[in-house]
Every structure is written in C-alpha cells, then in structure tokens.
Design a protein around this ligand. Structure first.
Ligand code: G1P
Length: 282
C-alpha cells in the first residue's frame, strides 16, 4: 500500500427507495429532500469535500435523475438569475461543481448496503475510500465526522467506521460493534452485528453512516453471503475484515440527525433553520 494517506474518493449509496418518507419520495429521491434550503446529499458532499475527498461517486438507481442534475450546471436557471441577488443562493453548489468530479453508477437491484458498495468498485478501483450515507446528517464545531475517520485511517491504515452510543432500545436499527478502546474514542473491533435484538447486542455502540474502507473490502463483500433481511450487509463484510486484519471504530465528536426518520429530519430542519435565521438576521 502507498505511504500516502490521502483519500480522494467518496461513495454515496443513493439507490434506496426512501419508503419511510412516502408519499414525498414516490417520484423524488429521498437524497433530494431539503433540510431548509439544501438537499440532504449536498450536506454529505460538502462534508466529503471538507475532508479532502473531491472524487465523488454516487450509486444511483431508477428515478434518481434529479441527483445528477443537482450536481450539474443549469444553464437556463443561471442565465435567468444572473446579475440578481439570487445568484448567491447557488454559490455553494457551484463551488462543489467546480471542485469535484462526479461519477455515477447504477445499482440495478436493491440487494443491501454491501451490494451497493460493491457496485461502486468500478468507480473506486484499488484505493481506500470514504462512504457517506446522506440520511445521517452530521454536524461538528471543528473537524467533521469524515475528517475524524480520515485521521484515524492515517494513523492505522485500516477500515474505520463511525460509531455513537445509542439507547439500548434502538440497537435493532443499526450495526452494533463489540470493541475494545485502544485510545480515546478509538475502538478495535472484535465483532459486529447488523441490527441485533436488544438482548443479543454486544454493546450500545452503533455504526452510523460514515466509513473509510480499504479496497480489500470488495473481495470480502463478494464472498459474503446475504445476512439480515436477506441483504448483503457491509457490517458482515467488515466483521470478516476485522477477524482477518483490523477494523477500527471511531466514536466521533459531534451530533448526528437520523434524517432517514421523520423525527430526525424535523430535528435537523429545526437546527438548520436556527442557523439560517441567524444568517438572514445578520
Ligand atoms: C445501514 C447499515 C447499518 C448502520 C446504518 C447507519 O442501515 O446497514 O449497519 O448502522 O446504516 O445509518 P440502514 O439505516 O440503511 O438500514
């Protein structure tokens, strides 16, 4: 492996149906749901870019065209608002379009997160890469979650997952790790299980939607049988990688909103609305 620890690529699985938000997501990708004035996936891409990842790979599926259009120039619109105050509202997305390259690959069948990540192999090649699940919207005062994972990767050169402590009642919504803390907030993973029943969970340390993965994971995913709910689970592949090699979990500093749920989405909206208001009032 190269001695260079920079990670340029970040993958966004975005092929899911978003059934928890029906009917809003009937004809519109859940990744495009706006938190105040910005679609969820844009928050994720901004996080990746702040962590140095400008090579963005998006795994799409049927009905996801608007994601591609969002990360592209809209000549008519730009012409229309050119020279007006509204131009400013497009400045963030314009900057992303200038700084990043966007590649897309299509997941034909929804066979699980592991399968979605495997679909991205053609975009990733043989280099470590980030994965962001955009419906986990994260905020931090200092270094964002992906930057925190990259820091751990730079030190240990292995796959790293982000974790947070959740209520015991909630463990069946997440991948849950069995780990041993080797430095403040960094755990060596001994095992992990996808969405365990409360009484079978090894801990209350839940994986949230941020990963740095080494490319060995692709071969492991390929050899992993379907797991929970008959889906190919990244959690199962990472457990194998932890047994063979090493996988770390990073208890990140910051706050996460579960925007895959209506409750978390509304919380995030309230949070970002306060920021929006204070910017407008300033
Ligand atoms: C996925 C993963 C799970 C992880 C979660 C984080 O589940 O399979 O291990 O804890 O993301 O959001 P999903 O929420 O897609 O069901």
């Amino acid at each position: 492996m190269s001695s260079d620890s920079t990670i340029k690529k970040c993958i966004f699985p975005a092929a899911g149906y978003g059934t928890r938000f029906l009917p809003a997501t009937k004809a519109m990708p859940k990744e495009m749901l706006p938190v105040v004035d910005k679609p969820l996936i844009q928050y994720g891409v901004e996080e990746a870019v702040a962590a140095g990842m400008t090579d963005i790979g998006i795994i799409t599926g049927r009905g996801k065209r608007s994601v591609e259009d969002h990360f592209d120039i809209s000549y008519e619109l730009e012409h229309q608002i050119s020279g007006t105050k509204k131009e400013e509202q497009l400045s963030d997305i314009r900057r992303l379009i200038e700084e990043c390259t966007f590649s897309y690959t299509r997941q034909i069948e929804m066979l699980g997160l592991g399968h979605a990540i495997l679909t991205a192999e053609t975009l990733v090649g043989n280099a470590p890469f980030g994965v962001i699940l955009a419906d986990d919207l994260c905020i931090n005062a200092q270094r964002n979650v992906m930057q925190q994972l990259v820091d751990v990767y730079a030190k240990y050169r292995c796959s790293v997952v982000a974790i947070e402590e959740v209520d015991a009642e909630e463990v069946d919504k997440y991948g849950v790790i069995d780990g041993q803390e080797i430095e403040d907030g960094v755990f060596k993973v001994n095992g992990m299980v996808e969405k365990p029943d409360k009484d079978k969970a090894p801990s209350t340390l839940a994986i949230i939607g941020r990963y740095v993965l080494t490319p060995e994971i692709f071969g492991i995913i390929r050899a992993t049988p379907p797991g929970k709910n008959g889906e190919l689970q990244i959690t199962d592949a990472l457990r194998t990688q932890a047994e063979r090699n090493m996988v770390l979990a990073c208890r990140f500093d910051g706050r996460r909103f579960d925007c895959g749920s209506v409750h978390g989405f509304v919380e995030a909206t309230n949070y970002f609305y306060q920021i929006y208001r204070s910017r407008k009032d300033a």
